[in-house]
Design a protein around this ligand. Structure first.
Ligand code: URA
Length: 191
């Protein structure tokens, strides 16, 4: 895949231990998109296996979902050193890969986890416009249609599970937002 070659040209891909593509069910209706692999994800080659991942598992269980029901990936497929924020160039190099994944999975709903993924989708994939987008606190739980490179889906932003570890008050909001995700999917199945 050419997009893989493109992403491998970034320094972070040359320096990471593993390229972290995704996990879960490729036929799922819901795609979760986080920011990028951390140390544990880099070691194991799987997304969301560290503290944030354990919290994601717990949060999913609270709303009766597991990895059979979703697919999980990230904006970046390689760990930036010291978990620094991704640069616009890295996002530009890695997201064609994400768009390929969306084409393959054809999710009914994409849940962006936290600010980076949310701003990428709200900017319709235009990385230079990401800074102008509202933050997760304003847009969580709000569903909207997104068209990215001709692929259409509903975006529902969610708080990042790592943020919820430090602020447990976000748990009821996360559950409420997941209620909206489930409702959106149920409605789409009627047609
Ligand atoms: N945080 C993310 O955004 N993604 C991971 O895979 C792990 C932690």
């Amino acid at each position: 895949m050419d997009v893989i070659k493109l992403a491998k040209n970034t320094e972070i891909c040359k320096n990471c231990k593993n390229i972290v593509i995704g996990k879960g069910n490729l036929n799922a209706d819901i795609l979760f998109v986080g920011e990028g692999p951390g140390r544990n994800e880099d070691e194991q080659g799987l997304p969301f296996v560290g503290a944030a991942g354990k919290n994601l598992d717990k949060l999913l269980a609270k709303v009766g979902l597991n990895l059979e029901d979703i697919y999980v990936t990230n904006i970046l497929k390689c760990r930036p050193p010291e978990n620094r924020d991704p640069s616009p160039e890295e996002i530009k190099a890695h997201t064609p890969w994400l768009i390929e994944q969306i084409r393959e999975i054809k999710p009914k709903v994409v849940c962006s986890l936290g600010n980076y993924a949310t701003k990428f989708f709200l900017a319709q994939g235009n990385v230079d416009e990401m800074d102008k987008q509202p933050g997760i606190t304003r847009v969580h739980g709000k569903s909207r249609m997104i068209s990215l490179d001709g692929v259409e889906f509903n975006l529902i932003p969610l708080f990042h599970p790592a943020a919820i570890i430090y602020n447990q008050k976000l748990i009821p909001l996360w559950e409420e937002d997941m209620g909206i995700v489930k409702k959106e999917i149920a409605q789409k199945k009627l047609f």
